[in-house]
Design a protein around this ligand. Structure first.
Ligand code: EPU
Length: 444
């Protein structure tokens, strides 16, 4: 089975986040642009010889590594950090070999396969191993490309895909894969004829990407439904756009407000993207007011357990499952959490258990393999500080949130995971009153 991991681990990261729990958070937090939208727009810029300008790009590590991947293909990428603007100009594609280390640096890089096949008719990329949230196969992406006429050679750890000209086709996906839909939709924009993707994902980032592609001259319809139709065109043009707000970052700060008994106003959000989160927060007892692109999230009188099952949007996001878990440890009652997107996205609960959480995970693995998809959370529990590890972007945030309500000091290791997906996470928490410090070693 071909898999692409969520990240490559740097050899060492000496930084530690130190959190003293007990502060009630209050204030305003500006939500940054969505990682999982911005990175795909980077890939889309390979579809045109003209300039693509993206605003509200989160300044995170994954953006920097995606920029390097585009540069490796020959694109000019200019990052204007203060203005959160990135300008990409892929006048020419100078190579179709993706440098393995850059390709493996983010899962999102897998979406460049579509634009590269559409623009250059070829791409070679490395096949990495699994990661900490379960297998991350790309069989649906590859099968879709094959349906469009691509020859795929699967080597031991390299895939080589080649096509003279992509042809439109009907593609049925077994599961509405997020990156699968994006890669195939982008490939189809410049294919000969019409492509229909059935059982397509319609997560907000995909709708935004589809609209961006249409503004570049693509002819895509059915966005926001499981049936996306793409009429191929000869060329796409440059565009300037604004990345949608990060619903997963917004969910993180909303949970932080409620579980610390505080109140936070989220700024620059898209309310409709947050419905699965806000519905669950209200069910748990939180109070929420919305106005314009802001939302005030306030802890209620009591915090009640709620059941969660993760599903593709508009289901409850898998990425917010680990974010919600620490809140559930503080709620009264027994919460049932069912992870239905990734087969192994409850591994991090061991770290919360170290802090005193009463989380009973059902493990279904064979031969000592850890596979867990369901957990029961008994609350409320008194959490205590401990030294805990981040396993991936979202689990890193989970242990930080737990630290905000734990007695004593929590030390979080492997902080680089947070840098991959959250802009200024520590600073934003400090601004709303968290006692958290990043003990970064001095820059060389
Ligand atoms: N799957 C297959 N075969 C495939 C593709 C996926 O079996 O060819 C399975 C996966 O194993 C998984 C499920 O389908 O069980 C969902 O995978 P999907 O392809 O939808 O996820 P993804 O595209 O790899 C994106 C986000 C994830 C987010 C999911 C779900 C990016 C770069 N990543 O992943 O975000 O959890 O969609 O919304 O867009 C994160 O940001 O931390 C993150 C993990």
């Amino acid at each position: 089975m071909m898999t692409v991991p969520d990240m490559i681990l740097p050899a060492t990261d000496e930084r530690i986040l130190r959190i003293q729990g007990g502060n009630r958070l209050s204030g305003n937090v500006r939500i940054s642009g969505a990682k999982n939208a911005a990175l795909k727009a980077f890939a889309a810029s390979l579809l045109t010889k003209e300039e693509v300008v993206l605003n509200n790009v989160p300044m995170i590590a994954d953006v920097l590594s995606m920029a390097d991947l585009l540069r490796a293909f020959g694109a000019e990428v200019e990052i204007d950090r203060p203005n959160e603007r990135v300008t990409i100009h892929a006048r020419e594609i100078t190579t179709t070999d993706a440098p393995p280390s850059l390709f493996k640096a983010t899962r999102a890089s897998v979406v460049v396969t579509g634009p590269m096949l559409a623009r250059a008719g070829e791409i070679s990329f490395a096949l990495p191993g699994g990661d900490q949230i379960g297998r991350r196969p790309i069989d649906m992406h590859l099968r879709g490309f094959e349906r469009m006429g691509t020859e795929i050679e699967r080597g031991h750890d390299i895939v080589h895909a080649r096509v003279a000209k992509l042809k439109g086709s009907r593609i049925y996906m077994d599961y509405p894969s997020h990156t699968g839909t994006e890669a195939l939709m982008m490939a189809a924009t410049r294919a000969a004829g019409t492509t229909i993707i059935m059982n397509a994902s319609y997560e907000p980032e995909i709708i935004w990407l589809g609209n961006l592609l249409n503004r570049m001259g693509a002819r895509i319809s059915g966005l926001g439904t499981p049936f996306i139709t793409i009429d191929g065109v000869e060329r796409l043009r440059g565009v300037s756009d604004i990345v949608i707000p990060d619903r997963l970052e917004a969910a993180t700060f909303a949970v932080a407000a409620v579980m610390t008994g505080g109140e936070i106003t989220l700024e620059d959000i898209e309310e409709s993207h947050l419905v699965p989160i806000t519905e669950k927060l209200v069910e748990a007892g939180a109070e929420i007011w919305k106005y314009d692109n802001k939302m005030l999230i306030k802890a209620g009188k009591e915090l009640r357990s709620v059941d969660i099952q993760t599903l593709p949007y508009p289901g409850f996001p898998t990425d917010s499952q680990s974010t919600f878990m620490p809140l559930l440890t503080q709620a009264t009652g027994v919460a049932h959490v069912h992870e239905r997107v990734y087969e192994d996205r409850l591994r991090y609960t061991d770290e919360l258990i170290k802090m005193g959480a009463d989380i009973r995970v059902q493990r279904f693995g064979e031969n000592g393999e850890f596979l867990a998809t369901a957990a029961e959370v008994h609350g409320p529990t008194r959490l205590h500080g401990a030294r805990v590890q981040s396993l991936d972007i979202r689990s890193a945030v989970s242990v930080v949130l737990a630290g905000l309500v734990a007695e004593g000091e929590t030390q979080v290791t492997d902080v680089y995971h947070i840098d991959r997906g959250y802009q200024d996470f520590v600073q934003k928490l400090q601004l709303v009153g968290a006692d958290i410090v990043d003990t970064a070693p001095p820059a060389e």
